[in-house]
Design a protein around this ligand. Structure first.
Ligand SMILES: Cc1cc2nc3c(=O)[nH]c(=O)nc-3n(C[C@H](O)[C@H](O)[C@H](O)COP(=O)(O)OP(=O)(O)OC[C@H]3O[C@@H](n4cnc5c(N)ncnc54)[C@H](O)[C@@H]3O)c2cc1C
Length: 406
């Protein structure tokens, strides 16, 4: 999402633009929940997240897990620092400033690639299954900063109508307005690629093995043997970005925050029903053009690790317990959210190589923030003032901490 949208915007500037991607289907952008989550203003690096971790632990029925403690522990120490009150507050301000532009940027991108039909702005629902979780959850959302999204109680009639889709009637719920959904992620990827190619962009289906710095300029070495030099090199490789940046002396403490989904092609979910978050189960159910999908889990690990099949089994158990109207065998998917310890993306320009730009680390919000990130990248490349102040997203925020410690 981030790389393809940025390539499209760079090409629109009239720059000769080449997108390098192995196109191996591993992108998180191809299997996420499809939710344009402008309500998620509060960074997850927060004390409420830390305090709720024990009860959200996978072993206790929750969605949180660690599959690589060696990678997780140093990341977690930075996460704890970012959860401090002042850092959390400045992180919220930074994320709010980006999210403010997210949906307008989405509308512009959808229009310019000729696919406004892929974006539905009908909001989303969130339900609770017990009175206790409902009263706590409702109070938390009412107190939360939801940016440009608004919440209102779910009418009894809506709760009744959901009952037809779930075994038990949800006890309570809220409707978010101002949020949106992408109806087909594969179609989005293909349309973005087609628009980029039609605008004169070029795609090389290969992996960047490394980036090197020669006389202050970054160049790329590809797995197919090609060496690429360019006036502008943008690293937007999701969870693969840290390794590429390290070749140029940048330290990006990126972790793979792995999520899982199951998708059923055979189901009776209404076409016009917005995504539903079953908050007690930390699970979001989205109807895509290609099927009904249930997604969940925050598993801190590394990208190459084997998936944990217990996560899919748990998802299937949730769907069964809820009695969702699905039939047959689902397809199973795992993907890596690229997450930095303060839950802010890294967007900016390098100070080690004059032609190097970066845009990665979009955590749970890469689909949401892809289009505005692309507009920011284009503004930087064009020498214009970006629409959002970029200082909070500068990658040096991690390096200066290291320097301070030293
Ligand atoms: C279960 C789940 C649900 C989610 N739900 C949502 C949601 O509802 N809304 C939302 O906004 N976000 C959601 N997210 C988060 C979102 O999917 C990610 O933030 C987003 O996809 C990141 O986009 P990206 O372009 O940075 O990375 P990716 O989509 O992972 O793409 C990275 C690309 O870089 C390429 N690449 C990697 N290394 C190299 C290399 N060395 N050389 C060349 N190319 C390389 C990869 O092939 C890939 O195509 C969810 C994530 C998960 C896992």
């Amino acid at each position: 999402m981030v790389g393809a949208a940025s390539a499209f915007r760079l090409r629109q500037l009239g720059l000769r633009t080449t997108l390098v991607d192995p196109c191996d289907g591993s992108a998180a952008s191809l299997g996420n929940a499809g939710h344009i989550a402008v309500e998620q203003v509060a960074p997850l690096a927060s004390w409420p997240t830390i305090m709720s971790a024990p009860r959200r632990w996978f072993g206790r029925g929750g969605a949180l897990d660690v599959s690589d403690p060696i990678v997780f522990l140093p990341w977690a120490s930075r996460f704890m620092a970012a959860a401090r009150k002042e850092s959390f507050q400045s992180g919220s301000d930074a994320l709010r400033s980006l999210l403010l532009h997210a949906l307008p940027a989405w509308r512009r991108l959808a229009k310019e690639i000729g696919r406004t039909d892929l974006l539905s702005e009908a909001g989303h629902l969130l339900v609770w299954e017990s009175t206790q979780t409902a009263s706590k959850g409702r109070a938390a959302w009412e107190a939360a900063d939801t940016g440009t999204a608004r919440i209102q109680p779910l009418p009894e009639a809506t709760l009744d109508s959901l009952w037809g889709l779930t075994r038990n009637r949800p006890v309570d719920g809220i409707r978010f307005s101002g949020t949106a959904q992408v109806s087909d992620l594969g179609d989005l990827a293909n349309s973005l690629e087609a628009a980029f190619l039609a605008a004169g962009g070029e795609i090389i289906a290969s992996r960047v093995e490394s980036l090197s710095n020669k006389n202050g300029a970054a160049s790329a070495h590809l797995a197919n043997g090609q060496n690429l030099t360019a006036d502008i090199v943008l690293v937007a490789a999701g969870v693969g970005s840290a390794r590429l940046m390290s070749g140029l002396g940048h330290r990006a403490p990126l972790i793979a925050e792995r999520g899982y989904h199951l998708r059923w092609t055979d189901h009776d979910w209404p076409a016009d029903l917005s995504p539903i978050v079953f908050e007690d189960r930390s699970m979001i159910v989205t109807r895509f053009a290609g099927g009904l999908q249930a997604a969940s889990f925050v598993e801190f690990g590394t990208a190459g690790q084997k998936p944990d099949p217990r996560k899919w089994a748990r998802l299937a158990a949730h769907v069964k317990a809820l009695g969702l109207p699905v039939r047959g065998e689902p397809s199973a998917w795992i993907g890596c959210r690229p997450t930095l310890p303060d839950y802010l993306p890294a967007i900016g320009r390098s100070d080690t190589a004059q032609n190097l730009y970066y845009a990665f680390g979009h955590q749970h919000l890469g689909l949401t923030l892809g289009p505005i990130t692309a507009e920011i990248v284009a503004a930087l490349a064009d020498g214009r003032e970006p629409p959002v102040a970029l200082q909070p997203f500068d990658l040096n925020r991690f390096e200066s901490r290291k320097a301070k410690r030293a």
